[in-house]
Design a protein. Structure first.
Length: 95
C-alpha cells in the first residue's frame, strides 16, 4: 500500500531511514525520468538523482504542505539541479 508522501517526508524529517527509502521507491521513477529527459546521459542522470535525494534528506524541514505537494516540491529541487548541471555543461562547451 502506498503511503502518503507528506507522511513519509514528515518521518524523513525525523531521520527515519525506512520512510526515506519508501519515499525514494515511490518517487524516484518520476524524478529520474525528468532528469534523464533533459540530461540524456544515464551516468550523469544517476548522479543528479543522488544529489536530488541528498537535498530531499537535508532540506525536508523546509517543505511546507500549504505551498505544494511533496512531489511538486521534489520536482522543483530536481529542476534546479538539472538547470545547474546544464549551466555547467554549457559553460564548459563555450570555453
Amino acid at each position: 500500500m502506498k503511503q502518503s508522501h507528506t507522511l513519509l517526508l514528515r518521518l524523513t524529517k525525523q531521520k527515519n531511514h525506512q520512510a526515506f527509502k519508501t519515499l525514494y521507491d515511490q518517487t524516484s521513477p518520476k524524478v529520474y525520468s525528468l532528469i534523464l529527459h533533459f540530461l540524456r546521459t544515464k551516468n550523469v542522470s544517476e548522479k543528479v538523482l543522488e544529489e536530488v535525494y541528498e537535498d530531499v534528506w537535508n532540506k525536508c524541514g523546509t517543505y511546507n504542505p500549504k505551498n505544494s505537494s511533496v512531489i511538486s516540491w521534489m520536482l522543483e529541487i530536481t529542476k534546479n539541479k538539472v538547470a545547474s548541471r546544464l549551466a555547467v555543461k554549457n559553460k564548459s562547451v563555450l570555453n
